[in-house]
Design a protein around this ligand. Structure first.
Ligand code: UDP
Length: 457
């Protein structure tokens, strides 16, 4: 019997943050389904966290293929502040390029699927003979906005050092979301003026090199982002919304999922639970935390709230234990939830969210109305999609001190859950999202286009 041909091998390279590792891991599973071997690259730091969260289990996709986990240093010391995205981005090329090139050669890799934030790997196109597909973990609208950065500098709205010169509402197309210049994602990602400036300069530089990539793959779907996709500089593929792999061990979580919330949800009435989660990076101070906690109690509905171990600044474990005792029976607090399974649960009524793009796509896919509480990065633009274009959620407002009060939380939860129009639109968006990934429809067709491209020599 003739031996079956070797599976084509693809390197998948996420930016080292939770909201990037997870969708690229989801894509890796789809690629394995289509016959690929995946070499998945983490930083050493995240590799260790993922193994710790999954008790050392490695990724075993269904269907026989493999996802080979490899890792490299990220250029930071053991105590480096990895939440300073600007600083992290600065050090990654030097720390990783050598190891990536060596792995590409030794494993005979022809294609790299690289996070847009890791587009420094395009430097290897001429030297290592590799082909690159970029992957955006953000909306296509964000990508279009980053291409617009040089024009915003030219127009005197922002400058190269990462400062806003003139605050203006940026709106590239009526079918796209709008934000104020002060809310542009890159300003909030660098913690110092220096790292913000470095980020703007690297954006401008990367805008030139994107053309070395052969496609941009987005975790979105055409029915919601056709206007933004049309602005991208090279052919774009919209393959979303991506879905978590069946085995939770295989998802690349940095924290262990607390599955006790699933039987708890089973015990709640359909459409009753307020789900509250702010992704992997948002941090609350003690005052905001207390208002949110009191607001959830005041709202008078069962709630499931994710409070990550590093979520609250300057608040001890004792606070959380006391709160858990106070709300026992009414609400459940977990450290990290199986979010996609939570959002799919019929007991969930709404999602109080920071509007990270993954959370946004997950809420859309499951037809859940949003209470939007953006914190930084692309979240303000995503909020504009939800509240201004899709009309599937409400904004939460801070008072004059910048605090979201408990009364605001109570009032907005009640308004959101009483709004039948929002519920109907969220369900219609869910139908569009589910249709797009069905066989033969737009996202499925784009996935097949990607698969065919990655099979090319
Ligand atoms: N997530 C999760 N459990 C949680 C909270 C979040 O699995 O308790 C996942 C969520 O499903 C999403 C990702 O973490 O896929 C967060 O990505 P997102 O873009 O929403 O936010 P970020 O963490 O990048 O700010």
């Amino acid at each position: 019997m003739a031996a079956s041909p070797p599976r084509p091998r693809v390197m998948v390279l996420p930016f080292p943050a939770q909201g990037h590792v997870m969708p690229l891991m989801e894509l890796s599973h789809r690629l394995v389904d289509h016959g690929f071997e995946v070499v998945f690259v983490n930083t050493d730091f995240n590799h260790a966290r993922i193994l710790a969260a999954t008790a050392g289990e490695t990724v075993i996709p269904a269907g026989g293929g493999t996802i080979d986990l490899v890792s490299f240093p990220d250029g930071m010391g053991p105590d480096g502040d990895r939440t300073d995205i600007g600083k992290l981005l600065e050090g990654l090329p030097e720390a990783m390029l050598g190891g990536l090139e060596e792995t590409i050669r030794s494993k005979e890799i022809r294609w790299v699927v690289a996070d847009v934030s890791m587009s420094f790997v395009l430097e290897l196109v001429p030297t290592a003979g590799v082909r690159v597909a970029l992957f955006s973990t953000f909306s296509a609208a964000i990508f279009a906005l980053r291409l617009h950065v040089p024009k915003m500098i030219e127009d005197g709205i922002i400058d190269e050092t990462g400062s806003v010169k003139r605050n203006e509402r940026i709106h590239l197309n009526p079918k796209m979301p709008a934000i104020d210049a002060t809310e542009l994602p890159w300003f909030s990602l660098g913690k110092s003026q220096e790292s913000r400036g470095a980020m703007i300069q690297s954006l401008v530089k990367n805008n030139q090199t994107f053309r070395l990539a052969e496609t941009i793959v987005c975790n979105t779907f055409r029915e919601i982002e056709s206007a933004a996709l049309a602005l991208l500089p090279i052919p774009a593929l919209a393959i979303g919304p991506l879905e978590a792999p069946k085995s939770t061990l295989a998802a690349g979580h940095f924290w262990a999922e607390d599955e006790t919330c699933l039987p708890w949800l089973d015990a709640q009435a359909p459409g009753s639970v307020v789900y509250v989660a702010f992704g992997s990076l948002t941090v609350f101070d003690a005052e905001r935390l207390q208002e949110l906690a009191d607001g959830l109690v005041l709202a008078g509905r069962p709630f499931l709230w994710v409070v990550r171990p590093n979520f609250a600044d300057g608040v001890g474990e004792g606070w959380l234990d006391a709160f858990r005792r106070r709300v026992a029976g009414e609400g459940l607090v977990v450290g990290w939830a199986p979010q996609q399974r939570v959002l799919a649960h019929p007991s969930v009524a709404c999602f109080v969210s920071h509007c990270g793009w993954n959370s946004t796509m997950e809420g859309v896919r499951h037809g859940v109305p949003f209470l939007c509480w953006p914190y930084f990065a692309d979240q303000f633009l995503n909020q504009s999609y939800i509240c201004d274009l899709w009309c599937t959620g409400l904004r939460i407002s801070a008072d004059e001190r910048g605090i979201v009060t408990k009364e605001e939380i109570r009032g907005k939860v009640a308004r959101l859950l009483g709004d039948e129009g929002i519920k109907a639109r969220a369900l219609s968006l869910k139908r569009a999202a589910c249709a797009s990934v069905a066989d033969g429809r737009s996202s499925h067709q784009d996935l097949l286009k990607l698969v065919n491209l990655l099979r090319e020599d």
